[in-house]
Design a protein around this ligand. Sequence first.
Ligand SMILES: Cc1cc2nc3c(=O)[nH]c(=O)nc-3n(C[C@H](O)[C@H](O)[C@H](O)COP(=O)(O)OP(=O)(O)OC[C@H]3O[C@@H](n4cnc5c(N)ncnc54)[C@H](O)[C@@H]3O)c2cc1C
Length: 434
Amino acid sequence: MLRPHIVILGAGFGGTNVAKKLRARVKRGEIDVTIVNRTNYFLFTPLLHEVATGGLSPRNVAEPLREVFVHTGIRIVQGSVDGINAAERTVAVRENGQVHILRYDYLVAALGAETNYYGIPGAPEFTLPLKSLADATAIRNRIIDTFERAVLTENADDRKALLSFVVVGGGATGVELAAELSEFMSGLVGRYYGASHCSAEDPRKCSPEEPSLTLVNASKELLEMFKPSLRTAAQDRLTKNGVTVRSSTVVSAVTRTGLTLASGETIPASMIVWTAGVKAIIPHFEDLKPTLTGGRLAVDGNFRLLGSDRIFVLGDAAAYVDARDFAKDSSKTRPLPMLAQVAQSQSGRVAKNIIAAIAGKPLKDFHYNSPGSMVSVGQWFAIGEIFSMKLAGRFTWWLWRTVYLSKFASWRKRIRIAAEWAFELVSPRDITKL
Ligand SMILES: Cc1cc2nc3c(=O)[nH]c(=O)nc-3n(C[C@H](O)[C@H](O)[C@H](O)COP(=O)(O)OP(=O)(O)OC[C@H]3O[C@@H](n4cnc5c(N)ncnc54)[C@H](O)[C@@H]3O)c2cc1C
């Protein structure tokens, strides 16, 4: 009998962990597993803001898939998913201009999410996203480049405009990035660029306000998923670090020179990073029109795409409503949040359900028990809610780093990151433009 072939689309937090769990539960030779991913590595997104601000080297937040799955028999395919044919059970994968067809018995779609610009004019053209390794490197390069350009910008107003930076989005990514960015910039000014910003004719023009960083947030407060006291602690920390926080501030357009707000006001900026939201990546289905809930693929309680019993969806792409929440309180019918820890914890149930489906056994629902979450706000400070405990400060920051370190698959990577973090505590960040 032919072995069932499971094809996993996307090697992020969801897809990678489904593959690991399948491999852990099923003996080699009983199933075939293929992973298709656009890059040849798994990307640890929660630390991307540190790459964008020179705290970590790009390669330290990426784990090569062939290393993660070495000696497992899992086939890795680098390529972009072009389309799915549910009736024929095939996936078209594009690589280097050529389309290859893969056949599957069961398909796992875990393609994650992409930046959402909400149709705001100019946002895709004039802002930098933070979703990929290339995005993080581009932000870091842009910051360094801007400081280099400022050296030859004599006019104080021009220099002020050049050194105006904005982060849009007051969620976890925006806050973590803004906090690290402010520290990166003060390090740049304090150590390398400060003196060159002073006017040769009048050293008093060496304004301490340069550069400026504004965090623009549409909702009333930052980090709305946290308790009010923790939000305040995070905002106070940002303000202490010199970040201007503008809440209840809605962006209506973006231009080459800055933001236009719904109020009509403009905020000048030479670099704008867009962390205001994401939307699920929906693959092209050749023969069916999937149901979407809030822009994500609607699935049943067993993670099967509605209308298909061979396609499982998880992670950011799936609108999974916890059945227990639904039964307890019908107002709580919102899909689980787009978080790495959600995707990771769903992966175990998806793997078990695929194994059950192969064996012809009943599939089971999934219930998410959140262990809590943490957000770093620069060096030595983080906030967190863990098992209903509110935490803020140095210990939380240490815990945040320890937890994230433990999430990497290989000890080699963990040691490299720990070493880089330790080194960074006693030495300035690297400013080589990559
Ligand atoms: C900057 C940043 C910081 C974050 N910080 C946190 C955090 O601190 N804590 C937390 O819980 N969550 C965090 N998240 C959210 C977290 O990254 C996602 O919720 C999680 O990655 C979702 O897992 P996933 O498997 O659904 O998708 P992903 O992990 O995004 O994986 C999707 C994979 O599919 C691949 N892919 C996409 N399209 C194609 C295609 N057409 N063909 C082939 N491959 C494709 C991608 O390359 C990627 O490898 C952060 C996200 C970002 C961007």
